[in-house]
Design a protein around this ligand. Structure first.
Ligand code: NAD
Length: 256
């Protein structure tokens, strides 16, 4: 049995991860942490623990893996604490600065195994491959990345959109990125990135390639957060027993 804990356990994703993991035979919830909702029941006899007591509660409950869906500033601290305690990690939180990513990498490398990805869905992992392939084939086309999320999402553009830009760069090399457009300026050799925040949209990502007389759109739409939660649960089972290091969803899905 794999023992797991969740940070952000009372949030949208944390709640769903616990729900999805309860269907898996090999996973047992031992602790859940949140900045709000202390004492709320989240699983079989498990209550939300105070996030400020992370280290002592992890020491008492000894999970094999910690799943984090919080906010970037909290996730960095959670990752450093868990890695220091030898606890493997599954990190779904997005919106990290380069410094925060570097801190997490330093804390993890050589100590524990971690899956870090801005998107756990199988479809988005195929989407990234298709986007890279199209970018390589349509080198002179204008490329725009358009993402849409619910009105409670804090970071923009989404982590998935940023990873999409990286997928395009893997095919084209370094290229300017322009976030939104305003004022008077002709389009240059650049990738345009646009973030829509509205209603309860779970997560849409479109890459538009436009050239003479035609355009190609590659689109992924998440209908439900289950697509992410199911992937995070799969990653939690997969990561335990791996060599220390940082893995992504392509590793988990066996497509790399
Ligand atoms: N990787 C993916 O597939 C994927 C999918 C969806 C969302 N996300 C990302 O996951 C993150 C969470 O999204 P959400 O929609 O669940 O947000 P949410 O706001 O519903 O939940 C976040 C929770 O974290 C809690 N929290 C804040 N600080 C904490 C701390 N120090 N310790 C413990 N808990 C703390 C908050 O109280 C909240 O309950 C966001 O960064 C989002 O972009 C990733």
């Amino acid at each position: 049995m794999i023992k797991y804990a969740v940070t952000g356990a009372a949030g949208r994703m944390g709640t769903l991860v616990i729900q999805e993991a309860s269907k898996a035979k090999d996973l047992q919830l031992v602790a859940g942490f949140d900045a709000v909702g202390e004492g709320k029941v989240i699983g079989d006899g498990i209550l939300v623990s105070n996030a400020a007591k992370l280290r002592e509660t992890l020491a008492a409950t000894k999970p094999d893996v910690l799943i984090d869906f919080t906010i970037a500033s909290a996730a960095v601290e959670n990752v450093c604490t868990a890695a220091d305690m030898g606890i493997n990690l599954v990190v779904g939180t997005t919106g990290f600065s380069p410094d925060q990513l570097a801190r997490m990498r330093n804390a993890i490398n050589g100590k524990v195994a971690a899956v870090i990805t801005p998107n756990f869905s199988a479809g988005v992992n195929v989407f990234w491959k298709l986007v890279a392939e199209a970018a390589a084939a349509l080198k002179d086309y204008d490329i725009e990345v358009i993402e849409a999320h619910h009105n409670q999402k804090k970071d923009a553009p989404s982590g998935t959109a940023l990873a999409t830009v990286d997928a395009i760069k893997s095919a084209l090399g370094e290229i300017d990125v322009v976030h939104g457009r305003e004022g008077i300026r002709l389009r240059g050799k650049e990738i345009g990135v646009h973030a829509v925040r509205a209603g309860d949209i779970v997560g849409d990502h479109t890459v538009l390639f436009a050239g003479p007389g035609e355009r190609l759109e590659i689109k992924h739409q998440a209908h439900s957060r289950t697509a992410f939660a199911g992937g995070a649960v799969r990653a939690a089972s997969w990561i335990v027993g791996r060599e220390p290091g940082i893995y992504n969803m392509a590793d988990v899905l066996g497509s790399r």
